[in-house]
Each structure stands twice: as C-alpha cells, then as structure tokens.
Write a protein that binds this ligand. Structure first.
Ligand code: FES
Length: 165
C-alpha cells in the first residue's frame, strides 16, 4: 500500500525482503487512530489469530508481528526507545526500521545468520547459569529471526495495515 498523505508521520520504509508473506497483495485492516498513537508509543491490533504491533517511531509508522522474533512474547508490552523495541522477556532488543536484532536475548542462541551468541546477564547481575540439558540445548538452537513487516498507509487520520487475505 502507498500513503495518500505525504505529510509526516508517514509509514516508515522497511527492508522489502522482510515483508510478511502474502501481505503485499493483502487486504487493509484498521490499525487505529494516528492521533491516538503519538511518537514513542505502540499498540497491538488483532485480527483472528494474527496479532500485529503498530508502532510510531521517529522514522514513521511501522507494523510488524506482535511476537518477539526470539520466543514470541508480545512486543507491544515492551518498551519503545526511538526505533528500538525491547522485549518484556530475555532483554532482546529489535530495530523496527532495519528488522535487525539490536541486542541478543540474555538466553543466548542463534542470530538470524545462524551465528551462536552465548548467554549473558545485565550489568550488575550475577552471571547467568545455563545448566546442561534439553532446555539449554533448546535455547542454544533457538534462532532469533528478523522482524516481518506489514505495509502501512495513513488515510484520513487512520492507520491501515495490509494483511494476507
Ligand atoms: S521472547 Fe523476546 S527476548 Fe526472548
């Protein structure tokens, strides 16, 4: 979708390769009022079993799955700082404009390119102990993927988000 309102805030540009499958030719859904989503805030929009995070970043409005690319926690109850959203679990931080991981989760695991990152602890906390076993193996093999995007447009002050039909 394109925007019919060229004034700021506009839908943020996102990497075209990261569009959610089927969303480009999908149908628009109501993403809520733009006026009620000031910069620095975000909301969850749900349709059926699809939960979407709509966020107002300094680069514009973005819509991504409201599922952390690590272990699917809802990003909408995390913290938004500029273009970076912090997950409420495991300290993972994700760039809503580039789709990249800004900080790997504290559990460690694989990044989007398959590179292993060890467990870590926030400053001032004891080192994270990761006892061997199936859970540790699962964390080690969990891949933190890049975000997937849903095209956005602004129409008459309302945010519309394209989702797969
Ligand atoms: S579920 Fe988000 S960092 Fe783990």
């Amino acid at each position: 979708m394109a925007t019919d309102n060229p004034t700021f805030p506009i839908p943020a540009a996102f990497p075209p390769g990261l569009v959610a499958p089927g969303a480009t030719d999908g149908r628009p859904i109501d993403g809520g009022s733009l006026a009620e989503l000031p910069e620095g805030t975000m909301r969850r929009v749900s349709v059926g079993d699809l939960d979407i995070l709509v966020a107002h970043t300094p680069a514009g409005i973005v819509a991504v799955d409201d599922r952390c690319p690590h272990m699917s926690a809802p990003l909408s109850i995390g913290e938004l700082d500029g273009c970076i959203v912090a997950c409420p679990l495991h300290e993972g931080r994700f760039d809503l404009v580039s789709g990249d991981t800004a900080q790997m989760p504290s559990t460690g695991g694989l990044d989007a390119d398959g590179m292993y990152h060890p467990t870590w602890s926030p400053a001032g906390k004891d080192p994270k102990v990761d006892p061997p076993g199936k859970k540790a193996e699962a964390r080690r093999l969990t891949r933190v993927r890049r975000l997937h995007y849903y095209p956005v447009r602004i129409t008459a002050g309302m945010i519309e988000v394209a989702i797969p039909d």
